[in-house]
Design a protein around this ligand. Structure first.
Ligand SMILES: Nc1ncnc2c1ncn2[C@@H]1O[C@H](COP(=O)(O)OP(=O)(O)OP(=O)(O)O)[C@@H](O)[C@H]1O
Length: 243
């Protein structure tokens, strides 16, 4: 494991009322220990997970629109507004890795058409990502591009994956992370992915970033409650809407 800690340099922050410091979890952020090869960011929509992940990606030297160090292409290639304020502590420093943004993956695939056509997409399962389904192309990326010592930052990788493929992803994650060469930080809403054993889960809700146990996440509790008592859940949900 290489990335050990993420720290914010609070003395640099000019105005805490503006984005990204308008986000409660980011405003109160001091430091985050990275204690496992697999770390999850969980929390409500808009709680700041992508903001922090993007800042980490920028500090790793990855394209903030998605990709690795050598993937330069223009897609609102905005600088992370948080990146300037955070410091990453490494031992040892690594430069290999990838930042996956589900939302801009199509553009990444187009970028590969331009640079990787001649090499036969060897890092992506031998087929253009545009010629694979969304979920297939994600898995091709995980299976072929993720290898060796590296840091992999994934923003909602479940976006394209069926439950069965999410399980397949857990297997890939296990194979890569258990060799102690690969490190993952994953922002997710998936109760399946969050179930990866012995991961650290950081919750971005309630105005701070704090460690949480799997079974205590809203995602686990809502999904479990819904599956166990679907009729009751729906009855209460629709009752509230009618009020
Ligand atoms: N460039 C920006 N300028 C201003 N506000 C922004 C910017 N990017 C994001 N925000 C706001 O910051 C908040 C946190 O956004 P962020 O994308 O980090 O949330 P998230 O936890 O990843 O959410 P989700 O689960 O929906 O992906 C949101 O309210 C969002 O509207």
């Amino acid at each position: 494991m290489s990335l050990k800690k993420i720290t914010i340099q609070r003395e640099r922050i000019p105005n805490t009322d503006e984005y990204p410091f308008s986000i409660p979890s980011i405003r109160s952020f001091q430091e985050m220990e990275i204690i496992n090869n697999v770390t999850f960011f969980v929390g409500e929509n808009g709680s700041g997970k992508s903001t922090l992940l993007e800042a980490i990606a920028e500090k790793c030297g990855f394209n903030t629109a998605g990709g690795g160090r050598n993937n330069y292409y223009n897609l609102h290639a905005s600088e992370s507004e948080l990146g300037y304020y955070i410091t990453l502590s490494w031992l040892p420093k690594i430069t290999n890795g990838f930042f996956l943004r589900a939302e801009s993956f199509y553009h990444f695939a187009t970028h590969l058409e331009e640079i990787d056509d001649d090499t036969g997409f060897t890092n992506y399962g031998g087929r253009s990502l545009h010629h694979q389904s969304h979920g297939e192309s994600f898995l091709a990326l995980f299976l072929n591009r993720f290898k060796g010592r590296g840091i992999y930052l994934l923003d909602e990788p479940e976006a394209a994956l069926s439950p069965q493929r999410q399980l397949a992803f857990l297997r890939i994650l296990h194979d890569l992370a258990s060799k102690d060469e690969s490190q993952f930080i994953i922002a997710t809403h998936s109760p399946i992915l969050l179930g990866y054993p012995n991961a650290t889960i950081y919750n971005f809700d309630e105005g701070e970033i704090s460690e949480v146990q799997y079974e205590m996440t809203n995602h686990y509790q809502i999904m479990k409650g819904f599956l166990n008592r679907r009729d009751q859940y729906l009855k209460e949900l629709f009752l509230e809407e009618d009020d």
